[in-house]
Design a binder for this molecule. Sequence first.
Ligand code: DGY
Length: 317
Amino acid sequence: MKVYITRKIQSKAIKYLREKGFKVSIYPEDKPIPKKVLLKNIKNVDALIPLLTDKIDKQVIDKMTKCKIIANYAVGYENIDVEYAKTKSIIVTNTPDVLTDSTADLAMTLALACCRRITESRKLIDDKKFTHWRPNLLLGYEIKDKIFGIIGAGRIGEATAKRAHAFGAKIIYNSISENKRMKNDFNAERVSLNKLLNISDFISIHVPSNKQTVHLLNKENLKLLKPTSILINTSRGNIIEEKALVEILKKGKIFSAGLDVFEHEPKIHPELLKMVNVILAPHIGSATIEARTAMAMLAAKNVVSVLKTGNKPITPV
Ligand code: DGY
């Protein structure tokens, strides 16, 4: 049976698939596969392992007449037309859990880098302005005793809450349903989105991108943020109306932002690039050796499970 992988993922997973007897083909370049090349290579595949940068739309799905499973190498799956795949009896899987800790670690990394003004610190040194110790140089904020607002209390939101709670923050969250562990483990209160935006010192976004969440933070409600607040996004760029965020940053209406994802990724709003109080990262939430290896293995195991052991995906979406 044939598997097509749209990029060279961790070799352990490729080896595993080959040991299981699959013929594995891989797009050899380390950049998104052009649609034309994708369409040319997937005609006879039994399984496809795409990346979040590959749009698996109706045209792609129609081309894969033998395909039984699309095993996304990501927890987010907005790149795949899941409903259409379902009509073709193609199973879609993703990679939850295995990247939870790495992404929550990054959310905290950005929160800490923002509140301790790490980019500004580095710039001051690069600009040769570190001439002497100063009592008021680059003062930031501590996390202890601050209100840490989590938007989306799924796995990653909860793991971020756990970290912020360990730093001594008071946790509040907004989520479509109640998460009892947030209350039991972190004494977290569930509040409306507007209240969260209005009272949080730190705001960390952990909702998936879908029709309900695009521009969840927008021109209107971003106005509610405090001038001292810090906004972190490790989820998807289009959850925030980026233009509106740029405006409030430019006007000094919030303290800083830590962004791992962007609305028009990989393009970054030119104004964001100029701001020293904005920490930027190139979508590296799951970029640890542990997480990426586990993501590759989980995608591969989903393929094996569906094709060899009778239609039972491990992590269906
Ligand atoms: C995902 O899995 O959705 C992340 O954004 C990339 O790891």
